[in-house]
Unconditional design. Structure first.
Length: 70
């Protein structure tokens, strides 16, 4: 029996999706929830890796919310 993806937190869904990578329903639920919660970090395209220095708020965001994973 699958868990109720709508009741799971974004973090719980992420863990589930990583553990069940063949579960498309879970993946789509994760993507929908991440879009509706508005936690996306956006920035313009980079010309080089050095451009990350110009966006410290992006590095902070992925370090806290993404637990170091992009």
């Amino acid at each position: 029996m699958k868990p109720n993806f709508h009741e799971m937190s974004l973090k719980e869904l992420r863990v589930y999706v990583l553990a069940h990578q063949d579960d498309n329903e879970a993946f789509y639920a994760y993507m929908d929830k991440s879009k509706t919660e508005g936690n996306w970090a956006t920035m313009p395209p980079l010309n080089s890796m050095d451009d990350f220095d110009n966006y410290p708020e992006f590095i902070d965001k992925i370090g806290k919310d993404g637990e170091g994973q992009v």
